[in-house]
Ligand binder design. Sequence first.
Ligand code: PLP
Length: 413
Amino acid sequence: MDTGRTHSRRVAAGRKGADSTAARAAVPEHGDPSTRAEARVDLAAIRANVEAIRGRVGDAAVLAVVKADGYGHGLVPAARAAVDGGAGWLGVATIEEALALRAAGLTAPRILSWLAAPGERWQPALAAGVDVAAYSAWQLNEIAEAAEHAGATARVHLKIDSGLNRGGAGPKDWPALIDAALSAQAEGTVRVAGIWSHLACADELGHPSVDRQLAVFREAVAFAERVGVRPEVRHLANSAATLTRPDTHFDLVRPGLAVYGLSPVPEVSSPGELGLVPAMSVRARLALVKRVPAGEGVSYGHRYVTSTETTLGLVPLGYADGVPRAASNLGPVWAGGRRRTIAGTVCMDQFVLDLGDVATVAGDEVVLFGAGTSGEPTAQDWADATGTISWEIVTRIGARVPRHYVGGGPDGR
Ligand SMILES: *Cc1c(COP(=O)(O)O)cnc(C)c1O
């Protein structure tokens, strides 16, 4: 692997050579980073997606999952748009994410933070009115102790592991967790705000594990209620269950992916069929175009070879920006009026397109993915091309790619 230094030499050489004429007059202001590449996030789409979800869940409340920087869309703008769309709750993985939401002024919605390790910073979370999850009796005791020090009552969501075999107390350990919660509640350090679980295979329609998990969940809730726990909310459904299994809705649903307009069941339904609009598009401007002869190897390893004389376009995005290296020779890009496929290896900061004989100049826009309504590929197309899921495609768009918000939001509201 070489470094950026070599990349810039190559680009500089190209500029002096075949492409000296090609900077387009219409390129927006110099120095605006979004002229090179950007992730455009449509906040109106996020609002509308939450409204569409609300329309499908009856009386259940909506917790919009905004972990991982709002699945790459931006933690705070995504959260604000989701709240504007009617989400009464926000869900995050970590306490830091929850505190960032509170610090940004999101004081009204309930926030649930669900992933912690021993010795976590419980006190600031409790002081900020963040609901936390407890997976085990020892963890509940840690939370209760922090609440005592903070002089607060911790709002805790007790998690039953109903069969994902990831977080949560398994059925064997559930009575001990309930016991610990009841004692802490009697002491006033804890209030059981919720009982919840998470599904393993809701994105595979008809998968028998969903019914099994539902039965374990119901039994865990029934057990807790028999011994005197009165949770405010019971919740189980992720996006796939929210959209396909009304019997999993209970009091609160926890959609993530669907908030951002992507389909959690792409083999069955497109976003449009689910009433969703993809919120993110990733765009770039060609940094350089140049003619090369037939038979030229392109990019590292020469894993693409031109078949005729052609025009190559340099796209200033690479795997450091979240373009999977696995998209080498596979990733779809809208350029020059049609879909093309990445030519050769995706580098750290850039990749190349073979644009054929299309009239194109440096500064022309290309679209990696978007809503798909104007012919451009979608995040799902990228997931299919690279053997992953659309969750990963949007979430991994890197910090170097500026987010540009449209549809109201940080400035427009
Ligand atoms: C990420 C997550 C969700 C949201 O999942 P989607 O499939 O994106 O809807 C819901 N609940 C928990 C516990 C999660 O970790």
